[in-house]
Ligand binder design. Structure first.
Ligand code: SAH
Length: 216
């Protein structure tokens, strides 16, 4: 059995993390509340538990990382998610961002291309009370056609370019949040105004693990 403790101390550390994120410019109370509610230490290997509430990325196995809390909060704030909106996440990874989206009462679909991470997170998330609509093992470049269109799409790996399939799977009025670039990425949003009309905005530089093409 998993031993999942969320102590007074953990909650105190999370509150400090929230204040840290606020001082770095995260303004959304809803997003900060979600960060305060999700025990990030549950999503990390035990060797890193002490680091769970530092504002840093950490390894989660399979050569991947759990994103830095600031990055998670920043992307989630850009999503501007309303309850019951349909959101597609690319790069489930540890499931931490997925849990944050569940906290915000979204209908969450999340795709992961690493089998090992996919299996781990599929067992883990429901066990700790987070219930995404679907977790999918597959290639995020393709999106999720059978569930499209989405109100929001969030890419949590660095994309060398903006996949056309993801733009095509947005509702009119929907929004894609995607870090674009090779060595470093520019946080970018696309808002769909009409079938062929997208408003693009850029929000500074970030560093993500790469969004990879499916090898199969
Ligand atoms: N949201 C995650 C971030 C994990 S890092 C978290 O909070 O922990 C990015 C993840 O994207 C990795 O797990 C990686 O395996 C996955 N990934 C990379 N390319 C992908 C692709 N084409 N489709 C789906 N997942 C992908």
């Amino acid at each position: 059995m998993l031993k999942l403790v969320d102590s007074y101390k953990h909650r105190g550390l999370r509150q400090k993390l929230v204040e840290n994120l606020r001082s770095k410019g995260i303004e959304s109370d809803l997003v900060l509340e979600a960060v305060a509610n999700v025990p990030r230490h549950w999503f990390m290997d035990s060797g890193f538990l002490d680091h769970a509430y530092q504002d840093k990325a950490f390894p989660i196995g399979a050569n991947q990382t759990i994103s830095q809390p600031y990055t998670v909060a920043f992307q989630t704030q850009l999503l501007d998610l309303k309850p019951r909106q349909k959101v597609l996440e690319i790069g489930t990874g540890s499931g931490y961002q997925t849990a944050i989206l569940c906290e915000l009462k979204a209908d969450v679909y999340s795709i992961e291309r690493q089998l090992q991470l996919f299996k781990k997170v599929s067992l883990f998330l429901p066990k700790v009370g987070y219930h995404p609509k679907r977790l999918i093992f597959g290639d995020g470049y393709k999106g999720l056609k059978d569930e499209a269109p989405f109100d929001r799409i969030l890419v949590t790996a660095g994309a060398p370019n903006v996949p056309k399939s993801l733009l095509a799977q947005l509702k009119i009025g929907g929004r894609l949040v995607i870090p674009v670039g090779k060595d470093e990425q520019t946080m970018t949003t696309y808002e769909r105004r009409d079938i062929k009309l997208f408003d693009k905005l850029e929000f500074g530089k970030f560093k993500f693990v790469p969004m990879l093409e499916n090898r199969t």
